[in-house]
Design a protein around this ligand. Structure first.
Ligand SMILES: CC(C)(COP(=O)(O)OP(=O)(O)OC[C@H]1O[C@@H](n2cnc3c(N)ncnc32)[C@H](O)[C@@H]1OP(=O)(O)O)[C@@H](O)C(=O)NCCC(=O)NCCS
Length: 222
């Protein structure tokens, strides 16, 4: 548990990750080996007991709603038109084991989601991923983002990935703080790279170097 001096509820800490336990696979195309490596995290916070688990098709309604709300109300994403469920299903189909999708569940509701995406289809980029994370607004500021992104980074390490990149709208203080709190370093800002809600936007690139993956994992990365 931790306080943050900003009047938020007591929230979970990475220490909660010590409660990781084996979790069954949520997607039919995941191998048993892969499933055995996927973990569920039960965060024992009095304020917000949170489960981190792989996303399943039944989560897509919530994922679509959370992301479309962010499209319409924030500059966190530079998408301007809401996605359709057809787009979201197609996206999910492309996110197999090497581009995992996790959700945070609170009292049976999807509070948010996070995933890894390849930066490029060129083979030399295969150890690099970009991360994405969105929480439903009622769940902001309770430590759930830290828990969810932390679990995603654990998954990246298990996959044998090397570099995780975040491209964050420069005015998005919460996401910048979250990534920096988890060890990301700021690499630079592109000015006027985006345009939304009638104004120009900057994006800041951050990276987390996970170190050289173990040789035994390298064959797994695609
Ligand atoms: C960004 C987001 C994922 C952060 O998740 P969260 O659960 O709200 O953040 P947490 O409560 O886990 O806080 C993580 C860290 O960020 C800090 N933080 C959180 N909100 C903050 C804010 N508004 N301003 C400054 N710092 C903030 C916390 O103090 C904490 O740091 P600490 O652990 O050193 O105290 C969440 O706010 C969100 O989904 N926002 C909308 C979508 C979005 O911006 N996605 C990212 C796109 S790049």
């Amino acid at each position: 548990m931790r306080g943050n001096g900003r009047g938020r509820e007591a929230v979970t800490t990475p220490a909660s990750l010590e409660h990781l336990s084996a979790f069954g696979h949520g997607r039919a195309n995941w191998t048993g080996h892969r499933a055995a490596r996927m973990l569920a995290c039960i965060a024992m916070s009095a304020a917000t007991p949170t489960t981190i688990r792989p996303a399943v098709a039944a989560d897509l309604d919530a994922i679509l709603r959370i992301y479309n709300d962010a499209i319409l109300t924030t500059t966190a994403t530079w998408d301007e038109a809401p996605w359709t469920m057809q787009q979201r299903r197609a996206w999910f189909a492309t996110h197999g084991p090497s581009q995992p999708v996790l959700v945070a569940e609170v009292q049976g509701a999807v509070a948010g989601f996070a995933y890894l995406t390849r930066m490029s289809e060129k083979s030399g980029w295969r150890f690099t991923r970009e991360d994405t994370i969105y929480l439903d607004p009622p769940f902001h500021g309770r430590g759930i983002g830290r828990l969810l992104l932390g679990a995603l980074l654990d998954e990246a390490r298990t996959l044998g990935l090397r570099l995780i990149v975040a491209s964050i709208t420069a005015e998005n203080a919460a996401s910048l703080a979250l990534h920096r709190a988890l060890g990301f370093e700021t690499m630079g800002t592109l000015h006027n790279a985006g345009f939304k809600f009638g104004r120009w936007l900057d994006t800041t690139y951050l990276q987390l170097d996970l170190g050289p993956p173990a040789t035994s994992h390298r064959q797994d990365v695609v």
